[in-house]
Design a protein around this ligand. Structure first.
Ligand code: HEM
Length: 451
């Protein structure tokens, strides 16, 4: 079928189209455009993009026709400055090889071995919280969840305490991600011009390399480890018999820091925010944790019983999907929903919008973890909920996240009640992830003190 029909969309500025609205707050711009124009939207101006909101169209681009929709070169190029040719940025055969070599390490049966180190890092964090709670000061939960998710990732990757290195890699990853976000969203590449920001970015990359290369070399020298990096060192490509070089492992590991750190911490931060606004859900979560764990530290064997805890996390990622846009570029002319998609057009899937599509979600803005019971999920369109993406480029770390996060939430809920500091306004900031814009200040109340 051929057509020249252009999807509906905002008129925007005669020259700039909608670029200013998109640069200011792309999630709000996409949500508003969906409300006014529906399932497929055309944005005019120098940034010509089509937003796809309907799950059928999402499926077309991310799964059924994924070969015709690679990532845009600009996005790929910006990411590869940090992660080289690793999974996060690679395309085509190089991506496929990386995926084949990496996938076995992310199997749920392998990841189970990290459960104890996740609970150990969480216990250490909570011991510190006991003291902070006694001092009666509110805590920035966003930054606490950042430290925790990084400590958990580092322990799984390298099986080491890594305390000093973690404190150095965290600001470096943040700096590199912040600069990359600016590169992706500005019409002129800031990497091409000297500036203090560019110097900091390059310094951050040097810091990341100076930490990762020696760790990889050490794991290769020692051999026999059961951490993720040791598994990557030993991985053999079943098709070619090839293995990763140290440089390729550095690329993969920096990709895991880029993709698996802020995403997890953001999901956890929104979860505490939403629970503090929804006391009935918090009470149900608490009841489940008390019943299943009876005061002991959770293990991975408890996860199948922590069903409400898992549903709370799913619902939190429905409302605030940490990765909130998936960018693709049409490699050739196509037709979606009866509209022409010309070769070279950027198409955007925004799970924040699709997760609020009223045809698939009742009371889309409401926080209702019960949506995710097996009965309530049974007949839902498979692409109506996609916090981890879909198709062949679906998140490789989804099981890692869904093993780590319920353990963390259960352990915190066992010991503390977190209440948002009164009068605090919380805004989502569409940066690298959809995170709370400001520090998320919450009161810590040890559970024995709460009624
Ligand atoms: C709540 C946590 C997480 C969320 C919401 C999330 C979300 C996503 C999404 C949506 C994608 C696909 C993006 C696209 O199609 O353009 C993705 C890809 C990826 N994620 Fe995650 N992620 C999370 C945690 C993790 C973790 C813990 C790791 C690793 C330890 C990780 C590693 C990756 C990698 C390597 C890719 C690229 C996969 C590929 O292109 O083949 N993610 N993630």
């Amino acid at each position: 079928m051929t057509t020249t029909l252009v999807p509906p969309g905002p008129r925007g500025h005669p020259v700039l189209g909608s670029i200013r609205e998109i640069q200011r707050d792309n999630v709000s711009a996409f949500m508003e455009a969906f409300r006014h124009h529906g399932d497929i939207v055309n944005f005019r101006g120098p940034l010509r993009i089509n937003l796809l909101a309907h799950p059928d169209y999402v499926q077309h681009v991310l799964r059924d026709q994924h070969k015709r929709y690679p990532r845009p070169r600009k996005v790929q190029g910006c990411l590869s400055t940090i992660v080289g040719d690793g999974l996060v940025a690679a395309e085509g055969t190089s991506w496929l090889r990386s995926r084949r070599l990496t996938q076995p390490a992310f199997h749920r049966d392998i990841l189970r071995r990290f459960g104890d180190s996740f609970t150990a890092s969480t216990a250490e964090l909570l011991d510190g919280w006991e003291r902070r709670a006694r001092d009666g000061e509110p805590l920035d939960i966003k930054s606490e969840m950042m430290h925790l998710s990084l400590a958990n990732l580092a322990r799984a990757l390298f099986r080491t305490e890594w305390t000093d290195e973690v404190s150095r890699i965290e600001p470096a990853v943040q700096e590199a991600l912040g600069f990359t976000h600016r590169r992706m969203t500005s019409p002129v590449d800031p990497l091409k011009f000297p500036s203090a920001a560019r110097t900091r970015f390059r310094g951050a990359l040097e810091t990341i390399n100076s930490l990762l290369y020696p760790m990889v070399a050490e794991r290769r020298r020692d051999g026999g480890g059961d951490d993720l990096v040791s598994l990557l060192i030993d991985a053999v490509d079943p098709e070619s018999g090839g293995m990763f070089t140290d440089e390729q492992i550095r690329d993969e590991v920096s990709g895991f820091f880029v993709a698996g750190h802020e995403t997890v911490s953001t999901a956890l931060s929104w979860t505490w925010y939403l629970l503090s606004l929804n006391p009935e859900s918090r009470r149900r979560l608490q009841a489940e944790v008390d019943e299943v764990l009876a005061g002991r530290v959770p293990t991975v064997d408890d996860l199948p019983k922590l069903t409400y805890t898992t549903m709370v996390l799913q619902e939190s990622m429905r409302l605030y999907p940490p990765i909130f846009v998936y960018m693709r570029c049409a490699a050739e002319d196509d037709v979606i929903g009866g509209y022409h998609i010309p070769e070279g057009r950027w198409v955007v899937v925004c799970p924040y919008v699709t997760h609020r599509h009223p045809e698939f979600w009742d009371n889309p803005e409401g926080f209702e973890p019960e949506r995710f019971t097996p009965e309530n999920s049974a007949n839902r369109h498979r692409m109506a909920y996609l916090p981890f993406g879909a198709g062949p480029r679906k998140c490789i770390g989804d099981s890692f996240a869904m093993l780590q996060m319920p353990l963390v939430v259960a352990m915190i809920a066992q010991r503390f009640r977190l209440d948002l500091v009164e009068g605090q306004q919380v805004f989502p900031e569409p940066a690298i992830s959809l995170r709370p814009r400001d520090p998320l200040m919450m009161w810590l109340r040890p559970n024995e003190e709460t009624p």
